[in-house]
Design a protein around this ligand. Structure first.
Ligand code: ADP
Ligand code: ADP
Length: 237
């Protein structure tokens, strides 16, 4: 489960922190995503979506409020404890963020190597992950040789390498064509269904929410203003 309680994030663009150039990107956001569900947050560009999702794994540190993931409060952890906690939270991005100098196999292996796992343990984990995302035959290729959809599949395999309970998706299909988007969403749905992984995604696309989310919130000017079942959200008068 993911729980945000009164989470605010203020950026100070003049670095003085005196409020003169404060941007209130997130205002007292409250959100509960129950274990095993897919929750979408939809909003326009600049609404605060990236800030919200990056506050979950503390890529951004909230200015105030608390974030809890699987019963663990993230906002008061030491750096070492935060690194360990992040192993339980996978993340994928709009532009995939693969390492171009590493092969597909080595991209997926990276988080396991960073955790200090042995070569054969890494191999035993990476090969099934590549099979799951349909890229077992691409293990030795490099990101530049792959299509956008294939790159996102590699990123998904990498995000799942450390066996997280939670997957964060930051505009994960926004750089993909509609057909590729459908196939990636189908993969995310399977991951949720078969592995029971809780998914929080942000998007500016209605279709993404309609096609895989159980619940949806709307974010506007830093405020989370709705939280409803997807069916109710789209049939509301
Ligand atoms: P979205 O993901 O919905 O496009 P963001 O969370 O990226 O929205 O941005 C919300 C607001 O915060 C915007 O006004 C944006 O310019 C601002 N913002 C985001 N990141 C920073 C930052 N690191 N420093 C200053 N302002 C930022
Ligand atoms: P994306 O849409 O791929 O998330 P963005 O262009 O929204 O990319 O943001 C890229 C990075 O720049 C993020 O780390 C975000 O926090 C930061 N950022 C966004 N808006 C601002 C801003 N106004 N000032 C400084 N940094 C920003």
């Amino acid at each position: 489960m993911i729980e945000l309680s009164n989470v605010s994030k203020t950026y100070f663009s003049n670095n003085k922190g005196n409020g003169s150039n404060a941007i209130h990107a997130l205002k007292e956001a409250n959100l509960i995503v129950p274990k095993g569900t897919i929750h979408g947050v939809i909003g326009l560009s600049g609404a605060g979506k990236s800030t919200l999702i990056r506050c979950v794994n503390l890529l951004e540190r909230p200015t105030s409020g608390t974030v809890t993931v699987d019963g663990q409060e993230m906002t008061n952890l030491s750096n070492a404890a935060l690194n360990r906690a992040r192993h339980r939270i996978g993340m994928i991005f709009q532009h995939f963020n693969l390492l171009t100098t590493r092969s597909v196999f080595d991209n997926v292996a990276l988080p396991l190597e960073l955790m200090g796992q042995k070569r054969h343990t890494v191999r035993e984990r990476v090969i099934p992950l590549l099979e799951m995302v349909g890229l077992a035959d691409k293990a030795d290729q490099y990101p530049a040789q792959l299509s956008g959809g294939q790159k996102q599949r590699v990123a998904i395999a990498r995000a799942l390498a450390s066996k997280p309970q939670v997957l964060l998706c930051d505009e994960a299909t926004s750089a993909l064509d509609p057909q590729t988007t459908s196939s990636i969403l189908e993969l995310l749905r399977d991951i949720n269904h078969q592995l029971g992984i809780t998914i929080l995604l942000i998007t500016h696309e209605m279709e993404v929410v309609k096609s895989i989310c159980h619940r949806v919130s709307l974010i506007s000017d830093g405020e989370l203003v709705e939280d409803s079942e997807v069916g109710d959200f789209f049939t509301a008068p």
